[in-house]
Design a protein around this ligand. Structure first.
Ligand code: 8YV
Length: 315
């Protein structure tokens, strides 16, 4: 049987690449020196796209593939896929929900603890001899028992909140409506009000045009000079200029970020700050989760080409 031709937008680990190459005729977009030329050559034959959450597939790419039937995203977020272009042509879209939820929540909690307790600086304090020369490390702020806000109580937000309960924190959340499964948490409809009531604000919203810059200067300033913002969702949920201004002027205490506008090239203003923890978009980056994500990417493609129901459809 002929292998269906697919376009692979970004690299995967070897353990995913091998089975992908075995099942499909894979054209590697990310390896092409001239991407336009590759699209012009192979686009007309492409039936599937395998991409990653942050890379997605834009309209130009989709239009260069007139026979495209399915886009399989390695990631829960599909905001970088032009869904409107897919709807217009009946192109199916899949993602990898659930399998990454716990790891993403774990990293969010780790980021809160790491920044609150100054663990990166503390490591340097030991390594550069400051401990021996200067003595005790400067005191940091407590986490347990303080107030946490979760903006977006979906799967990931819920797991973040579940973990925060273990730190005896008071937990509130914002979402489009109160959730029946969150009766032990306080629902606060307005994100600005949520920020006012929070010491730590976790951003766990699925990104879309509707959530763009939902964390703007009002939310940031409501969180305040003692507050910490933790983003494990997408950069577009936060007004990054407003965030940088507030971090530079002390209107916001600190921020722990796993995602950035234009990543992996981030705004150099972040690098000059010492009240941030900067992470390279790796919240789902464990061997276990990435293996499960890769399998789901292939399972969705295989199901589509076998005419079976898609395991995790978006469209
Ligand atoms: C991945 C992601 O880091 O799930 C998402 O939406 O962005 C991440 O899990 C990414 O897709 C891996 O490249």
């Amino acid at each position: 049987m002929n292998k269906p031709p697919i376009l692979q937008i970004g690299p995967y680990p070897q353990w995913d690449q091998e089975p992908l190459d075995a099942a499909f005729q894979v054209h590697r977009y990310f390896e092409a020196a001239d991407k336009g030329k590759l699209l012009a050559e192979v686009g007309p034959s492409i039936r599937g796209i395998a991409t990653r959450g942050e890379l997605g597939a834009n309209r130009a790419m989709i239009e260069a593939c007139p026979k495209l039937e399915v886009i399989s995203v390695y990631g829960v977020g599909f905001d970088a896929v032009d869904l409107q272009a897919c709807r217009e042509r009946g192109i199916r879209v899949t993602n990898t929900p659930d399998v990454l939820t716990n790891d993403v929540a774990d990293l969010g909690i780790a980021m809160m603890l790491c920044l609150s307790r100054g663990m990166i600086g503390a490591e340097t304090w030991v390594r550069d001899g400051s401990w021996a020369q200067k003595g005790l490390y400067p005191l940091k702020r407590r986490v347990w028992g303080r107030r946490a806000g979760v903006l977006g109580l979906g799967r990931i937000g819920f797991e973040v909140a579940k973990r925060l309960k273990g730190f005896d924190m008071q937990i509130a959340y914002s979402d489009v409506e109160a959730k029946s499964y969150a009766s032990d948490m306080t629902f606060v409809a307005d994100p600005v009000e949520l920020a006012t009531q929070s010491d730590f604000l976790f951003v766990t919203l699925a990104a879309s045009a509707a959530t763009r810059h939902i964390v703007g200067h009002k939310v940031i300033e409501a969180l305040g000079p003692e507050g910490m913002l933790i983003n494990i969702s997408r950069a577009s949920n936060i007004d990054e200029e407003a965030l940088l201004d507030a971090l530079e002027t002390g209107k916001l205490g600190s921020a722990a970020l796993d995602v950035f506008e234009g990543e992996p090239k981030l705004n150099p203003r972040f690098l000059a700050l010492n009240n941030v923890l900067l992470q390279p978009h790796h919240a789902s980056g464990t061997v276990e989760t990435r293996k499960a994500m890769g399998k789901l990417v292939r399972d969705n493609l295989a199901a589509h080409f076998a005419g079976q129901a898609l395991p995790t459809p978006v469209l």
